[in-house]
Design a binder for this molecule. Sequence first.
Ligand SMILES: Cc1ncc(COP(=O)(O)O)c(C=O)c1O
Length: 451
Amino acid sequence: MKAQFRNDTPIDFDVVQSVIQKMNLPCIGKASIREIKRIIDLIEKETGQKFIRMEMGIPGLPPPGIGTEAEIKALRKGVASIYPDIDGTSELKTEISRFVKNFLDVDVDAESCIPTVGSMQGSFAAFLTLARLDEQRDTTLFIDPGFPVHKQQHKVLGQKFESFDVYDYRGEKLRDKLESYFSTGKIHSVLYSNPNNPSWICFTEEELQIIGELANKYNVVICEDLAYFGMDFRNDYSKPGVPPYQPSVAKYTDNYILFISSSKVFSYAGQRIGMMVISNKLFAQRSANLLKYYSSDVFGRAMIFGTVYALSSGTAHSAQYALAAMLKAANDGTYNFLKDVKIYAEKANIMKEVFLKNGFHIVYDKDIDRPVADGFYFTIAYPGFTGEQLIEELFYYGVSAIALSITGSTRTEGLRACVSLVHPSQFPDLSVRLNKFSEHHAVSGNPCLTV
Ligand SMILES: Cc1ncc(COP(=O)(O)O)c(C=O)c1O
């Protein structure tokens, strides 16, 4: 930043600089989400000023009363003292199976629907088990950009992964790109999120069909992370048993695992409960290689009585009652679970406008031929900055986000912005701060563009 602007930043320049120095990080822009959170906490504490906080994907809404009340009732009944079955209570398993039928139009037996300690445990358990299915296949493929913790899980497990940024491989181009990995014979599974964290792109039916066809051809398991289930608000996916349904690869292959988090769509992040839905075919699949690690050669049994048992012996009992109640209400059509979270799209729409008005642009801007939906996240960049530089510079203007580079994105100029924690009362502040930013960083031929 140019010295002449140091007395004119919305947040005190010296405080920001001293906190950054204290954190002693080699590069602020490469910091993890939690490190960025810590820096902003410290700056806010020291200056008493509130940031426009867009770094962390925390649900910014209260949990639905249906869930809380069911959980309290279950606790009062004494479920806390009883070990739940590893693969979940029968009520919950039935409601997950109904939910998948009602909102995805996909048939999965209740047996194959397993609650997990958040979707994160589901993916951890899946990676662990999938890598043992076939000795020849030892690698996961990530369709990026993605949620960095999935890669962290691989590092912790000592497992191999490959990844590519889908930005340049949308539509039919995806086929050759996937085939180039699948044809090596090393890939056991693919993971992507849809809608995508961080870019909020949504795969089209054509793309899901390509993924499904290749999964069948090469016998690769598709791990579809539906953490933001139904939150592409360009379509109304909220009516049970009525099209349109949340698009899914499950329409095109029977070789899949779906991860449905309750954190965002039911604002139930704190209770750490998610759903792992294994296709009936994969659940029943046998593999002699599994016997090296498990007492059963059946994938679903190895998953439940081997992996999930070893990790946590199931999921908190009371939270299962909460989730079952919320799902039942959604399945019965008495609770529109997407109505509550639509506010995220409304906020994104306004916030994107403010960024665009101040010289920023959207990085992942299209699903093939239509603008990406408004939702939980959006991606932004500003001319002349890399994402890592931009993060640090925006701190002085009271705005925080994370660099796309930590998500496997090749768009190194970009940031991910999360709308959930930004209160509408902060929109005027956002506008004033970005205005100041663009005044200090005027784009064409401006000498202050030195960062
Ligand atoms: C794409 C994606 N997958 C999984 C998760 C984690 O979900 P859970 O809270 O259910 O573990 C998140 C949370 O931000 C996410 O964005």
